[in-house]
Design a protein around this ligand. Structure first.
Ligand code: NDP
Ligand code: MG
Length: 383
């Protein structure tokens, strides 16, 4: 059997993107195309190594510089507005990994759904903001969406061979982040460097801050609700400090299936590419004797109000998950620039989401408008 794949990696210079390319290199897959924002140094190295046909670079000045740097190669650079979507129209890879960060990944996801038979989706903001639209389009275009997020990959695996209607609960595991057990008062003064110090995973800056506020788990709850068609009432967040159990599914008979492994994103990335096959992986084996014990705690919704907000927003549905996500992206960017404190992230996001007038069944343009408006509201509150 020929198990070498053709893949396209969007967000190739990021944390997930670089690991996706590690997986591709290890499996000797062909990389048809890449997309990234402005990191042309790493982008050039990737072009020289993987020789993709196309590369989309969203920042136009970076694209111009890169064109000169790689003039001796056969790679074609696409740039400017909608460059990722325009590039995708030219492609036919087996799998498209979407590892662009934030709401900017939504249009590329919708375009990739039309173009490819399979998407390995890391960009959770896509599903959070426009879950119903993405699912309907995937069904219409016969495109499989295989989750890359480790928890959702785990749930996906625990569902294999079982019946969704027999699910009792999904147990969504959460590392608890760097401030697990911290006094809520202490959280007011945490620094950007402290918030970027994740205990078990090494990731991009935005998702690392989301992991510290537990917004990441809130976004993942909404992601799980859409991907697996379960009510948010059936999804329970369990703090599991060691990040060894990546999530669990409990069935009607009280049997619980779990998926375990090292904290290595290359495992779920590779599975999204090879599913249903399992092949040799570049990751290290898990040593249970070194781990010793696995622990479980209830999340602290008082210290981390964004988790509770996401639970309420998941039930409300409509345009509010998009509003919450947009306000959060903007607030996190301000925190990373040291313009607001750590606890002001949740204050801003709760305030904007809770006071926004919901649209129950939003169109794509309603969602795109809400994304812009929620960001403007954050900026207005900053003045
Ligand atoms: P990073 O910030 O490390 O990487 C983001 C990537 O997206 C970079 O390559 C960046 O390019 C590119 N990018 C940003 N905006 C655009 C745009 N408009 N057009 C094209 N490319 C763009 O993020 P992560 O890899 O950490 O996360 C990516 C996604 O995966 C997020 O949605 C995150 O929630 C999700 N995820 C991440 C996990 C992790 O372990 N990191 C785990 C589970 C999910 P450049 O830097 O060159 O500007
Ligand atoms: Mg995750």
């Amino acid at each position: 059997m020929n198990d070498k794949k053709h893949i396209t990696v969007l967000g190739s210079t990021g944390s997930i993107g670089t690991q996706a390319l590690d997986v591709a290199e290890f499996s000797d897959d062909t990389v048809d195309a890449l997309a990234f924002g402005s990191n042309i140094k790493l982008g050039e190295a990737q072009i020289r190594k993987f020789k993709p046909k196309f590369v989309a670079v969203s920042d136009e000045r970076s694209a111009d510089q890169l064109r000169i740097a790689i003039a001796d190669t056969d790679t074609k650079i696409v740039d400017g507005e909608d460059c990722v979507c325009r590039m995708l129209c030219e492609l036919q890879s087996d799998v498209c990994i979407n590892a662009i960060s934030g709401f900017n990944g939504l249009r590329p996801t919708l375009q990739a759904i039309k173009q490819f038979r399979r998407i390995g989706l890391a960009n959770k903001e896509t599903i959070v903001a426009a879950g119903e639209i993405v699912k309907a389009s995937a069904a219409e275009n016969h495109c499989e969406i295989i989750p890359v997020d480790s928890e959702h990959s785990a749930i996906f695996q625990c569902l294999e061979g079982n019946r969704r209607k027999e699910i009792r609960r999904i147990l969504l595991t959460c590392s608890g982040g760097p401030f697990f057990g911290a006094d809520p008062d202490r959280l007011k003064n945490v620094t950007v460097a402290e918030a970027l110090g994740h205990p078990t995973w090494s990731m991009g800056a935005k998702i690392t801050i989301d992991s510290a506020t537990l917004m990441n788990k809130g976004l993942e709850l909404i992601e799980a609700m859409h991907l697996f068609d379960v009510s948010p009432d059936k999804i329970e967040v369990v703090v599991h400090r060691e990040s060894i159990i990546h999530s669990m599914v409990e069935y009607q008979d009280r049997a619980i299936l779990a998926q375990l492994g090292a904290s290595d994103m290359r495992i779920p990335i590779q599975y999204a590419i090879t599913y249903p096959e399992r092949i040799e992986s570049p990751s290290e084996p898990l040593d249970f004797f070194k781990i010793g014990k696995l622990t479980f705690f209830e999340p602290d919704r008082t210290a981390f109000p964004l988790l509770a907000l996401a639970e309420r927003t998941a039930r409300a549905g409509g345009v509010l998950p998009c509003v919450m996500n947009a306000a959060n992206e903007e607030a996190v960017a301000y925190f990373l620039k040291e313009k607001i404190t750590f606890t002001e992230i949740s204050e801003l996001v709760c305030d904007i989401t809770e006071n926004y007038r919901n649209i129950k069944t939003p169109s794509l343009s309603d969602i795109e408008e809400a994304n812009v408006l929620a960001r403007e509201l954050v900026r207005t509150k900053m003045i």
